[in-house]
Design a protein around this ligand. Structure first.
Ligand code: 5GP
Ligand code: ZN
Length: 138
């Protein structure tokens, strides 16, 4: 399953060259063209799913296992000091390529991205927290 004008479908299929650091039958992992830090990579699912809502659960599980393995491997090789695993869904959440992918971002002391990878904190009352909690509890 793929979309004809999706850039990540073409990269995943090897039709557009990429700096591939890992590949198997489900995933291709490439270096990001505009990296946040040295080694910033993207786990790209080979089949086209737009986002996490569309992604089958078994592929979601496999993506996280792969992200965990690569985080260990990349940390050992690149000797980074920390690691972000980020996955955006929807324009509001910062998604720009609408084909499911997971960002693997090695972090280095003083890499200058501290402020960009965190968020402002809301101050919510106990009632507001209770309300959200009750709505979400399953
Ligand atoms: P998003 O914002 O959708 O979570 O992340 C998309 C990422 O894909 C961005 O970090 C962007 O730099 C990267 N990207 C977009 N087009 C290409 C491309 O053609 N090649 C590579 N290697 N990365 C790309
Ligand atoms: Zn695609």
């Amino acid at each position: 399953m793929r979309e004809s004008d999706c850039i990540f479908c073409k990269i995943a299929a090897g039709e557009i060259p990429s700096k591939t650091i890992y590949e198997d039958e489900k995933f291709r992992v490439i270096l990001d063209i505009n990296p946040a830090t040295k080694g910033h990579a993207l786990v790209i699912v080979k089949e086209h799913y737009e986002n996490i809502y569309e992604l089958p659960e078994d592929i979601a599980a496999a993506a996280m296992v792969l992200a965990k393995r690569l985080a260990k491997h990349m940390t050992e090789i690149l000797k980074c000091d920390g690691f972000n695993i980020i996955q955006n869904n929807g324009k509001t959440a910062g998604q720009t390529v609408f084909h499911f992918h997971v960002h693997l971002i090695p972090r280095y002391e003083g890499d200058g991205n501290q402020e960009k990878m965190c968020w402002d904190h809301l101050e919510l009352s106990q009632e507001e927290l209770d309300d959200i909690c009750q709505k979400l509890f399953q």
